[in-house]
Design a protein around this ligand. Structure first.
Ligand code: UDP
Length: 310
């Protein structure tokens, strides 16, 4: 049994990670200030032994005795992270610094949840970890993109200076149950709109692409990276390389729900990446990982969740 701290533990990915690691028999400390997380996501755990929820803002230092740290705390959907850009920057940078300091004190292994957003609006396709990206440093997405980039830089420099065991995962678009219904992401937006019979809102002409990873696959990849040998530090892309246009996604969801909704087109947000698809060769090679749940099946599970929810 390991003692594991998960920052951002009551968010979408964090709550899945808490449940999985708790199920495996570990002691889990879930830390969150519920800025975008929600206690309802971890309600099944709250009274369990080996589980502790700590309300804390990771911009402030933390003191725990732990063996492993997963640093997930940060608003992650574009509308949420753009709500208060300074908060997003501080959470990324100070959160990484405070959790790295904790790892240093405890000699703990630490994993940083980074993002495909470090590639910006990519000019290389698919994106390999070697690609340095194409980020507008002063655009509306920069608070998140640059926040996550400097966090990666901090991680590799703590590793070089203090020999801490660090791991960096670059997470591509992920979906599934317990997504925040109002975080404005495309999968949750479209499913909720289709279930309510409202028009699906495509931004731009819908020709931009994303590659959608089901949450269970993502969590499996994240845990494999944490448990990998010490020479595997990443960054490693984790995502599903099957690429779809946003229009294809809208049509799939309407068909799956057999919804009466149609599609409306709205303005494309500034700096919205036109294409995104992970190259997952490294994850396959070093972690023996590949996604197992394809979009059709994952959408069914997610639609079931939102049907109950609304
Ligand atoms: N999008 C859309 N309609 C929506 C929400 C999002 O067309 O209601 C588009 C968005 O402009 C982007 C893609 O879907 O091109 C994915 O957006 P999301 O916010 O889910 O994640 P991102 O990959 O941009 O971080």
């Amino acid at each position: 049994m390991k003692k594991i701290l998960i920052t951002g533990g009551s968010g979408f990915l964090g709550s899945h990670l808490c449940k999985r690691l708790h199920r495996e028999g570990h002691q889990v400390i879930c830390l969150d200030n519920n800025y975008t997380g929600n206690l309802a996501n971890i309600s099944s755990l709250i009274k369990e032994e080996r589980f502790q929820f700590v309300e804390h803002d990771i911009r402030e230092p933390v003191e725990f005795e732990v063996d492993e740290i997963y640093n997930l705390a940060c608003p992650a959907s574009p509308p949420h992270y753009q709500l208060d850009p300074l908060y997003t920057i501080e959470t990324s940078y100070l959160g990484a610094k405070n959790t790295l300091e904790l790892a240093k004190k405890n000699n703990a292994k630490i994993l940083q949840a980074s993002t495909s957003e470090v590639y910006g609006d990519p000019q290389v396709h698919p994106q390999t970890e070697q690609y340095w990206g194409h980020v507008n440093p002063i655009g509306p997405r920069a608070c998140y993109d640059e926040g996550k980039r400097i966090s990666e830089t901090l991680f590799v420099n703590y590793q070089r200076r203090f020999s801490i065991q660090t791991k960096i995962i670059r997470i591509f678009n992920t979906y599934g149950p317990f997504m925040h219904p109002e975080d404005g992401r495309v999968v949750s937006n479209f499913i909720i709109q289709a279930l309510k019979g409202e028009n699906l809102t495509i931004y731009g002409d819908g020709s931009q692409t994303r590659s959608f990873c089901y949450v269970d696959d993502l969590i499996e990849g994240m845990i494999r990276l944490m448990n990998s040998s010490s020479n595997i530090t990443g960054p490693i892309n984790i995502g599903n390389p099957n690429e779809f246009t946003i229009k294809e996604l809208a049509e799939k969801i309407i068909a799956k729900i057999n919804s009466s909704s149609s599609i409306t087109f709205q303005e494309l947000p500034k700096d919205d990446p036109l294409q995104r698809k992970p190259d997952i060769s490294l994850a396959k090679k070093h972690l023996n990982w590949h996604p197992e749940i394809e979009l059709e099946q994952g959408l069914e599970k997610t639609i079931e969740y939102f049907k109950q929810k609304i």
